[in-house]
Ligand binder design. Structure first.
Ligand SMILES: [Zn+2]
Length: 185
């Protein structure tokens, strides 16, 4: 797995590691684990993790959180010298925000065949009628980024199965009924 990343610049790996740490924070809160960081001049100036459920905020994707934090830190609503690292391919909303912010480069890990706007479903960055074109690199530390998502969904499926079993148990277990039945007679 590590070998697949051997040709990547060390900086890409380091910043994607930081984005993965954010994804794990999301996971601990029961959110789909996606994390992002914004880098300016070799320094992380904004971080974010996916939290729409706990934040009651449909726009609280990792990229949006990281862009907001970076813009605040730099005192500028535009981030033309910044690069954004995110563990999952940005959606249409986040791609739009990335364009509005004039982000220079977008680096993502896992592709998202359901909502990806960097080539999976649509490719907004290749749309010549839109006036901003960030450089996009996908598949950086893909296995690690996919792994954290797979772990989350596997855990969620296991929890759902356990809940289903627990709910079915009282009726399915004749032993639990017998003391009551015996007392009745
Ligand atoms: Zn998004």
């Amino acid at each position: 797995m590590a070998n697949m990343n051997r040709d990547l610049p060390l900086t890409d790996i380091a910043y994607m590691e930081a984005a993965l740490a954010q994804a794990r924070l999301a996971m601990m809160q029961g959110e789909v684990p996606v994390g992002a960081v914004v880098v300016h001049d070799g320094r992380i100036v904004g971080v974010g993790h996916n939290c729409p459920v706990t934040g009651h905020d449909p726009s609280a994707h990792a990229e949006m959180q990281a862009l907001r934090a970076a813009a605040k830190a730099l005192g500028n609503y535009r981030l033309p010298e910044c690069d954004l690292y995110v563990t999952l391919e940005p959606c249409v909303m986040c791609a739009g925000a990335i364009m509005h912010a004039r982000v220079r480069r977008v680096v993502f890990g896992a592709s998202d065949p359901k909502t990806g706007a960097c080539g999976s479903v649509v490719d907004l960055f290749a749309e010549t009628r839109l006036n901003h074109h960030a450089e996009v690199t996908g598949g950086v530390m893909r296995d690690e980024c996919v792994g954290v998502l797979q772990a989350f969904f596997a855990e969620r499926r296991a929890a759902a199965r356990a809940r289903k079993l627990a709910a079915a148990e009282p009726a399915a277990d004749p032993d639990s009924e017998s003391p009551t039945l015996m007392r009745k007679h």
